[in-house]
Design a binder for this molecule. Sequence first.
Ligand code: SF4
Ligand code: SF4
Length: 120
Amino acid sequence: MPGMLIQVFKNLFSRPATRGYPYQPREPFRAARGTLMLDIDKCIVCGACEKACPAGAIEVKPKEHLYKYDPYSCIVCGNCVEACPTGCFEITSEWRKPVTEMRTMVWEVTRTKKRAERMA
Ligand code: SF4
Ligand code: SF4
C-alpha cells in the first residue's frame, strides 16, 4: 500500500507519459528515414538508381527521356542515394504527408539537363 501511494504522488507531480497529439506532434528522430527527396535537375539519366532499387520504385528510360518515381512503392532504403553519381537524392527525417490520391511522379529529363519537367 505505501508503495502504491508513493507511485500515485509521483504520477501527480511528474510529466504525463503520453503526448497531446496532434497539438504536440513528436519531432522525428535524428537520421530517421522519412521521405526520399529527388533533385531531378541534377539527373544525368544514367539509370544507376533504377538498378539499385529493390522495390522497383524507379524507372529510367534514357531514350524516351523519362524518369518515373513511385513514392508509394519506395521503402526508403537509401540504395539509390548511394548509387547516384550526381547526388540527386536526399532522405529527410520528415514523414510524407497523407494524400488522397496516390500518383507516380514522372519527369521528362535529358542528359544535357536542359529540361527537367514534371509531367504527372
Ligand atoms: S530509397 Fe530504396 S526503395 Fe526508395 S527509390 Fe531509393 S532505392 Fe528504391
Ligand atoms: S537520379 Fe542519379 S542515379 Fe538515377 S538516373 Fe539520375 S543521375 Fe542516375
